[in-house]
Design a protein around this ligand. Structure first.
Ligand code: ATP
Length: 328
């Protein structure tokens, strides 16, 4: 695995009398876009705030680009942008003034500010609105200004909490275009949203939380992860001449293979590796006496992945108990 840009180890966070995150561990690779999903109250905002060092956990470690966020919050904030779910704008400042204020708060050198304001406004499609007051912007434009303020210092990592809430479909589509462009420039994004169709348009990974625990964290189907520079992970459907059950235990022991689902006619696996790894697995199946009839990529959208993950969590019992009660 690549060196992660975000690493969370055994993170536990308590509100008074309530455990919101219980021993959460995860690694996010650079250049990826991770959809942070989960039901209301799952802990998404709390996790984002902990990663941004805005809240201090009971225990655990968070590193961003190798820095411990609680020991070196300034270093981390210099390379991170954060959009809160309840972001505020100074309504009496113009777009240019709001961006300038953000640039100066991020410590940009005075001579770099004007250029950063202009470039960011253009990046966010606000190049012709520089002299407009924030209070006169539409909801979508305000959202883009807030994101502009979060990225004015060209961070490596951008955390976004419900960035599309309240936007109409056209504004959501425009925002998805912005996120794709940021990813193409090498930024790593972690985006929480309930609007899965919108996340689907640009996410390479899904991180599903429920009741303060990680239900599932994995690459989404298709070649998106590989195109983001992350190691490829393929979701494949395999069908055999023999019954799926008779192949399952052998398959589960193969390097880079994780079994995801078995049904009467076949099974789904996640294979870490490229086309050569897939070809090698097919040869190994045949050599082991398990001839294949089908090898096909699994194409499921984020909504399907999320629902499957919730369902698997329920049947394994992870959903039935909430994160441990906070210790007094
Ligand atoms: P949503 O999708 O509704 O925004 P979420 O996944 O972002 O939810 P969090 O806001 O992180 O969830 O909240 C996680 C849990 O912690 C919830 O059960 C919530 O009620 C609880 N919680 C959040 N803030 C506080 C607080 N200040 N005091 C006590 N409990 C809190």
């Amino acid at each position: 695995m690549n060196t992660p840009i975000i690493e969370v180890i055994d993170l536990t966070f308590d509100y008074p009398g309530f455990r919101a995150l219980a021993q959460v561990s995860l690694r996010i690779e650079p250049g990826t876009v991770t959809a942070l999903v989960g039901p209301n109250g799952a802990g998404k905002t709390t996790l984002l705030r902990c990663i941004a060092a805005l809240d201090t956990p009971l225990s655990g470690t968070v590193r961003v680009a190798g820095h411990d966020v609680y020991e070196s919050p300034r270093e981390v904030h210099a390379l991170m942008g954060y959009l809160s779910d309840s972001f505020g704008l100074y309504s009496e400042l113009t777009v240019a003034q709001g961006l300038e204020y953000a640039a100066r708060s991020q410590g940009l050198a005075t001579e770099a500010v004007a250029k950063a304001v202009q470039t960011t406004a253009e990046r966010m499609g606000l190049g012709d609105k520089l002299q407009k007051l924030a209070s006169t912007l539409s909801r979508g434009q305000r959202q883009r200004l807030a994101i502009g303020q979060a990225i004015i210092h060209s961070p490596q990592v951008l955390l976004l909490d419900e960035p599309a809430s309240g936007l109409d479909p056209e504004a959501r589509g425009a925002l998805a275009g912005v996120f794709k462009a940021l990813q193409a420039q090498g930024m790593t994004l972690l985006v929480s949203s309930h609007i899965l169709a919108e996340l689907d348009a640009y996410s390479t990974h899904m991180l599903a939380l429920n009741q303060g625990r990680v239900l599932e964290h994995r690459a989404l189907g298709g070649a998106t992860a590989a195109s983001a520079g992350a190691p490829a992970e393929r979701l494949l459907r395999l069908e055999f001449v023999h019954s799926a059950e008779s192949v399952a235990s052998w398959l589960a022991n193969q390097v880079n293979v994780t079994l995801r689902h078995i049904d009467a006619s076949g099974l789904e696996i996640s294979l870490r590796g490229d086309a050569a790894a897939q070809a090698a697995l097919v040869s190994a199946c045949v050599a082991a006496g398990y001839p294949l009839t089908v090898v096909a990529p699994v194409t499921e959208n984020l909504q399907q992945s999320y629902l499957k993950s919730l369902e698997a969590g329920r049947s394994s019992g992870r959903d039935s108990k909430s994160a441990d009660k906070a210790q007094p």
